[in-house]
Design a protein around this ligand. Structure first.
Ligand SMILES: C[S@@+](CC[C@H](N)C(=O)[O-])C[C@H]1O[C@@H](n2cnc3c(N)ncnc32)[C@H](O)[C@@H]1O
Length: 283
Protein backbone atom coordinates (compact mmCIF):
# COMPACT_ATOMS: atom_id res chain seq x y z
CA UNK A 1 0.00 0.00 0.00
CA UNK A 2 1.34 3.45 -0.82
CA UNK A 3 1.97 5.85 2.04
CA UNK A 4 -0.86 8.46 1.97
CA UNK A 5 1.29 10.95 3.89
CA UNK A 6 2.94 13.80 2.09
CA UNK A 7 6.58 14.83 2.67
CA UNK A 8 5.67 17.31 5.41
CA UNK A 9 3.55 14.85 7.36
CA UNK A 10 6.32 12.26 7.11
CA UNK A 11 8.90 14.79 8.34
CA UNK A 12 6.74 15.75 11.34
CA UNK A 13 6.09 12.07 12.12
CA UNK A 14 9.83 11.35 12.40
CA UNK A 15 10.04 13.63 15.42
CA UNK A 16 12.96 15.52 13.83
CA UNK A 17 13.34 19.22 14.54
CA UNK A 18 11.09 20.90 11.94
CA UNK A 19 12.22 24.02 10.06
CA UNK A 20 11.52 27.24 12.04
CA UNK A 21 8.43 28.17 10.00
CA UNK A 22 6.82 24.84 10.88
CA UNK A 23 7.34 24.93 14.62
CA UNK A 24 3.84 26.28 15.13
CA UNK A 25 2.08 23.92 12.71
CA UNK A 26 -0.59 22.02 14.58
CA UNK A 27 -1.34 18.76 12.81
CA UNK A 28 -4.57 18.39 14.82
CA UNK A 29 -5.93 21.71 13.60
CA UNK A 30 -7.52 21.92 10.18
CA UNK A 31 -6.08 24.40 7.65
CA UNK A 32 -7.89 25.94 4.66
CA UNK A 33 -4.70 25.78 2.59
CA UNK A 34 -4.18 22.07 3.30
CA UNK A 35 -7.84 21.14 2.69
CA UNK A 36 -7.66 22.96 -0.63
CA UNK A 37 -4.42 21.12 -1.43
CA UNK A 38 -6.21 17.84 -0.76
CA UNK A 39 -9.12 18.85 -3.03
CA UNK A 40 -6.57 19.48 -5.78
CA UNK A 41 -5.05 16.03 -5.33
CA UNK A 42 -1.99 17.30 -3.40
CA UNK A 43 -0.09 15.50 -0.65
CA UNK A 44 0.55 18.33 1.81
CA UNK A 45 -2.35 17.65 4.14
CA UNK A 46 -3.10 15.79 7.35
CA UNK A 47 -5.86 13.40 8.47
CA UNK A 48 -7.78 16.29 10.00
CA UNK A 49 -7.80 18.11 6.63
CA UNK A 50 -8.92 15.02 4.73
CA UNK A 51 -11.75 14.50 7.24
CA UNK A 52 -12.90 18.11 6.75
CA UNK A 53 -12.94 17.60 2.98
CA UNK A 54 -14.93 14.37 3.39
CA UNK A 55 -17.51 16.21 5.52
CA UNK A 56 -17.90 18.88 2.84
CA UNK A 57 -18.21 16.22 0.13
CA UNK A 58 -21.13 14.66 1.98
CA UNK A 59 -23.03 17.89 1.33
CA UNK A 60 -21.51 18.83 -2.02
CA UNK A 61 -19.75 15.85 -3.66
CA UNK A 62 -18.42 18.22 -6.33
CA UNK A 63 -16.23 20.09 -3.77
CA UNK A 64 -12.93 18.95 -5.42
CA UNK A 65 -14.36 19.77 -8.86
CA UNK A 66 -14.99 23.36 -7.78
CA UNK A 67 -11.42 23.70 -6.46
CA UNK A 68 -9.96 22.26 -9.67
CA UNK A 69 -12.09 24.52 -11.88
CA UNK A 70 -10.97 27.50 -9.80
CA UNK A 71 -7.33 26.63 -10.55
CA UNK A 72 -8.17 26.35 -14.27
CA UNK A 73 -9.71 29.84 -14.14
CA UNK A 74 -6.64 31.18 -12.34
CA UNK A 75 -4.28 29.72 -14.96
CA UNK A 76 -6.38 31.11 -17.82
CA UNK A 77 -6.55 34.55 -16.23
CA UNK A 78 -2.81 34.67 -15.51
CA UNK A 79 -2.13 33.62 -19.09
CA UNK A 80 -4.36 36.46 -20.29
CA UNK A 81 -2.68 38.96 -17.95
CA UNK A 82 0.85 38.16 -19.09
CA UNK A 83 0.37 37.12 -22.73
CA UNK A 84 -2.36 39.57 -23.77
CA UNK A 85 -2.39 42.43 -21.24
CA UNK A 86 1.40 42.70 -20.88
CA UNK A 87 1.34 42.53 -17.05
CA UNK A 88 4.75 41.77 -15.50
CA UNK A 89 3.96 42.14 -11.77
CA UNK A 90 1.48 39.98 -9.85
CA UNK A 91 0.45 39.98 -6.18
CA UNK A 92 -1.34 36.70 -5.37
CA UNK A 93 -3.11 37.07 -2.00
CA UNK A 94 -4.34 33.85 -0.37
CA UNK A 95 -2.04 31.98 -2.72
CA UNK A 96 -2.38 28.59 -1.02
CA UNK A 97 0.16 25.77 -1.02
CA UNK A 98 2.29 25.27 -4.12
CA UNK A 99 0.46 23.11 -6.65
CA UNK A 100 0.65 22.19 -10.31
CA UNK A 101 0.58 25.31 -12.48
CA UNK A 102 1.59 27.83 -9.83
CA UNK A 103 1.02 31.45 -10.79
CA UNK A 104 4.74 32.22 -11.17
CA UNK A 105 5.26 29.14 -13.34
CA UNK A 106 2.39 30.02 -15.68
CA UNK A 107 3.46 33.67 -15.87
CA UNK A 108 7.20 33.09 -16.23
CA UNK A 109 6.75 30.50 -18.92
CA UNK A 110 5.31 33.31 -21.03
CA UNK A 111 7.52 36.15 -19.75
CA UNK A 112 10.40 35.01 -17.50
CA UNK A 113 10.91 38.51 -16.10
CA UNK A 114 7.44 38.56 -14.49
CA UNK A 115 7.67 39.24 -10.74
CA UNK A 116 5.29 37.42 -8.39
CA UNK A 117 4.61 38.14 -4.72
CA UNK A 118 2.73 35.36 -2.94
CA UNK A 119 0.86 36.28 0.26
CA UNK A 120 -0.92 33.96 2.68
CA UNK A 121 -1.70 34.04 6.40
CA UNK A 122 -1.07 30.31 6.91
CA UNK A 123 2.53 29.73 8.10
CA UNK A 124 2.62 26.40 6.28
CA UNK A 125 2.34 28.24 2.96
CA UNK A 126 5.34 30.38 3.91
CA UNK A 127 7.38 27.30 4.77
CA UNK A 128 6.59 25.53 1.52
CA UNK A 129 7.00 28.67 -0.54
CA UNK A 130 10.43 29.37 0.94
CA UNK A 131 11.57 25.85 0.12
CA UNK A 132 10.20 26.03 -3.43
CA UNK A 133 11.47 29.53 -4.13
CA UNK A 134 14.84 29.32 -2.37
CA UNK A 135 16.80 30.23 -5.51
CA UNK A 136 14.29 32.65 -7.00
CA UNK A 137 14.87 36.38 -7.29
CA UNK A 138 11.70 37.27 -9.18
CA UNK A 139 9.24 35.43 -6.93
CA UNK A 140 8.78 35.44 -3.17
CA UNK A 141 6.28 34.59 -0.47
CA UNK A 142 5.29 36.54 2.65
CA UNK A 143 3.08 35.76 5.61
CA UNK A 144 0.44 38.50 5.83
CA UNK A 145 -3.30 38.95 6.13
CA UNK A 146 -5.72 40.23 3.52
CA UNK A 147 -7.61 42.04 6.27
CA UNK A 148 -4.63 44.39 6.60
CA UNK A 149 -3.74 45.44 3.05
CA UNK A 150 -1.29 48.10 4.34
CA UNK A 151 0.83 45.38 5.89
CA UNK A 152 0.98 43.58 2.57
CA UNK A 153 1.84 46.52 0.35
CA UNK A 154 4.22 48.13 2.83
CA UNK A 155 6.07 44.87 3.48
CA UNK A 156 9.76 45.24 2.49
CA UNK A 157 9.47 42.31 0.05
CA UNK A 158 6.47 43.96 -1.64
CA UNK A 159 8.37 47.22 -1.93
CA UNK A 160 11.38 45.37 -3.36
CA UNK A 161 9.44 43.34 -5.90
CA UNK A 162 6.46 45.45 -6.95
CA UNK A 163 6.84 48.88 -8.55
CA UNK A 164 3.54 50.44 -7.46
CA UNK A 165 3.78 53.15 -10.13
CA UNK A 166 3.68 50.54 -12.91
CA UNK A 167 0.62 48.36 -13.71
CA UNK A 168 0.33 45.26 -11.57
CA UNK A 169 -2.35 42.64 -11.00
CA UNK A 170 -3.78 41.57 -7.65
CA UNK A 171 -5.26 38.05 -7.49
CA UNK A 172 -7.90 37.33 -4.84
CA UNK A 173 -8.60 33.71 -5.81
CA UNK A 174 -10.92 31.97 -3.34
CA UNK A 175 -10.17 34.29 -0.44
CA UNK A 176 -12.79 37.06 0.00
CA UNK A 177 -15.27 34.28 0.78
CA UNK A 178 -13.23 33.60 3.92
CA UNK A 179 -13.99 37.07 5.30
CA UNK A 180 -17.10 37.57 7.45
CA UNK A 181 -19.48 40.41 6.57
CA UNK A 182 -18.17 42.22 9.67
CA UNK A 183 -14.66 42.01 8.21
CA UNK A 184 -15.92 44.09 5.30
CA UNK A 185 -14.85 42.18 2.17
CA UNK A 186 -16.19 45.03 -0.01
CA UNK A 187 -14.07 47.56 1.88
CA UNK A 188 -11.01 45.33 1.55
CA UNK A 189 -11.59 44.98 -2.21
CA UNK A 190 -12.05 48.76 -2.48
CA UNK A 191 -8.79 49.40 -0.66
CA UNK A 192 -6.99 47.10 -3.12
CA UNK A 193 -8.64 48.77 -6.14
CA UNK A 194 -7.48 52.14 -4.78
CA UNK A 195 -3.89 50.93 -4.80
CA UNK A 196 -3.97 49.79 -8.41
CA UNK A 197 -2.41 52.23 -10.86
CA UNK A 198 -4.06 52.87 -14.21
CA UNK A 199 -3.69 49.70 -16.29
CA UNK A 200 -3.68 47.48 -13.16
CA UNK A 201 -5.96 44.45 -12.80
CA UNK A 202 -8.03 42.80 -10.07
CA UNK A 203 -8.99 39.11 -10.17
CA UNK A 204 -11.65 37.76 -7.80
CA UNK A 205 -13.13 34.28 -7.45
CA UNK A 206 -15.37 32.87 -4.74
CA UNK A 207 -18.09 30.39 -3.97
CA UNK A 208 -21.48 31.73 -5.10
CA UNK A 209 -24.96 31.58 -3.59
CA UNK A 210 -27.08 30.14 -6.41
CA UNK A 211 -30.11 29.69 -4.17
CA UNK A 212 -29.33 26.00 -3.61
CA UNK A 213 -29.96 24.96 0.00
CA UNK A 214 -26.84 22.81 -0.01
CA UNK A 215 -24.66 25.90 -0.52
CA UNK A 216 -25.68 27.28 2.88
CA UNK A 217 -25.33 23.80 4.34
CA UNK A 218 -21.77 23.60 3.00
CA UNK A 219 -20.95 26.92 4.64
CA UNK A 220 -22.19 25.52 7.95
CA UNK A 221 -20.12 22.31 7.63
CA UNK A 222 -17.05 24.37 6.73
CA UNK A 223 -17.44 26.52 9.86
CA UNK A 224 -18.10 23.48 12.06
CA UNK A 225 -14.88 21.84 10.88
CA UNK A 226 -12.96 24.73 12.46
CA UNK A 227 -11.84 26.53 9.31
CA UNK A 228 -13.76 29.75 9.95
CA UNK A 229 -15.98 31.25 7.31
CA UNK A 230 -16.70 30.25 3.74
CA UNK A 231 -19.47 32.63 2.74
CA UNK A 232 -21.69 31.95 -0.24
CA UNK A 233 -22.47 35.47 -1.53
CA UNK A 234 -24.69 36.15 -4.53
CA UNK A 235 -23.45 37.31 -7.95
CA UNK A 236 -25.01 40.75 -7.23
CA UNK A 237 -22.99 41.05 -4.03
CA UNK A 238 -19.76 39.91 -5.68
CA UNK A 239 -19.93 42.14 -8.74
CA UNK A 240 -19.39 45.08 -6.36
CA UNK A 241 -15.82 43.92 -5.75
CA UNK A 242 -15.09 45.29 -9.24
CA UNK A 243 -16.77 48.71 -8.76
CA UNK A 244 -15.25 51.33 -11.06
CA UNK A 245 -13.18 48.78 -13.03
CA UNK A 246 -13.73 47.48 -16.59
CA UNK A 247 -14.58 43.77 -16.58
CA UNK A 248 -12.71 41.68 -19.12
CA UNK A 249 -14.97 39.43 -21.22
CA UNK A 250 -16.81 37.19 -20.35
CA UNK A 251 -17.27 39.07 -17.04
CA UNK A 252 -18.05 37.50 -13.67
CA UNK A 253 -19.05 33.93 -14.58
CA UNK A 254 -18.79 30.35 -13.29
CA UNK A 255 -15.12 29.36 -13.33
CA UNK A 256 -15.69 26.75 -16.06
CA UNK A 257 -16.93 29.49 -18.43
CA UNK A 258 -14.06 31.99 -18.14
CA UNK A 259 -12.19 31.47 -21.47
CA UNK A 260 -11.97 27.74 -20.66
CA UNK A 261 -9.14 25.59 -21.91
CA UNK A 262 -9.48 21.85 -22.33
CA UNK A 263 -8.37 21.18 -18.74
CA UNK A 264 -11.69 22.01 -17.01
CA UNK A 265 -12.93 18.85 -15.28
CA UNK A 266 -16.46 17.71 -16.12
CA UNK A 267 -17.17 21.02 -17.89
CA UNK A 268 -20.95 20.52 -18.22
CA UNK A 269 -21.53 19.78 -14.53
CA UNK A 270 -24.16 22.27 -13.23
CA UNK A 271 -22.33 22.48 -9.88
CA UNK A 272 -19.78 24.81 -11.55
CA UNK A 273 -22.34 27.60 -11.00
CA UNK A 274 -21.37 27.49 -7.30
CA UNK A 275 -17.92 29.02 -7.91
CA UNK A 276 -17.55 32.21 -9.96
CA UNK A 277 -14.69 34.41 -11.02
CA UNK A 278 -13.83 37.51 -12.98
CA UNK A 279 -10.98 39.80 -13.98
CA UNK A 280 -11.18 43.57 -14.38
CA UNK A 281 -8.91 46.46 -15.42
CA UNK A 282 -8.50 49.91 -13.96
CA UNK A 283 -8.78 52.53 -16.72
C1 LIG B 1 -9.17 28.35 -1.17
S1 LIG B 1 -7.48 28.74 -1.02
C2 LIG B 1 -7.22 29.56 -2.58
C3 LIG B 1 -5.84 29.37 -3.17
C4 LIG B 1 -5.60 30.09 -4.48
N1 LIG B 1 -5.70 31.52 -4.33
C5 LIG B 1 -6.54 29.65 -5.57
O1 LIG B 1 -7.45 30.41 -5.92
O2 LIG B 1 -6.38 28.55 -6.08
C6 LIG B 1 -7.57 30.11 0.12
C7 LIG B 1 -6.23 30.54 0.69
O3 LIG B 1 -6.42 31.80 1.35
C8 LIG B 1 -5.69 31.81 2.56
N2 LIG B 1 -6.35 32.79 3.44
C9 LIG B 1 -7.57 32.70 4.03
N3 LIG B 1 -7.84 33.83 4.72
C10 LIG B 1 -6.77 34.65 4.55
C11 LIG B 1 -6.44 35.96 5.00
N4 LIG B 1 -7.29 36.65 5.78
N5 LIG B 1 -5.26 36.51 4.63
C12 LIG B 1 -4.39 35.82 3.84
N6 LIG B 1 -4.63 34.56 3.39
C13 LIG B 1 -5.81 33.98 3.73
C14 LIG B 1 -5.75 30.38 3.06
O4 LIG B 1 -4.67 30.09 3.94
C15 LIG B 1 -5.65 29.60 1.75
O5 LIG B 1 -4.32 29.30 1.43
Amino acid sequence: MTDPRGPLERLLDTGQEPPPELVDVNTEEVSIARVYDYCLGGKDNFAVDRAACAAMMEVVPETPLLAQANRCFLRQAVTYLVAEAGIRQIVDIGSGLPTAGNVHEVAQEIAPETRVLYVDNDPIVLAHGRALLANETTTTVINADLRHPDMIFEHPEAERLIDATEPFAVLLGGILMHLEDEEDPEGVAASIRDRLPSGGYLLVSNTCDTGEARAQELGRVFAESGMGTRCFRTWDEQIRYFDGLELIEPGLVPNNRWRPGDDVPDPQNPAHAMHIGGLARKA
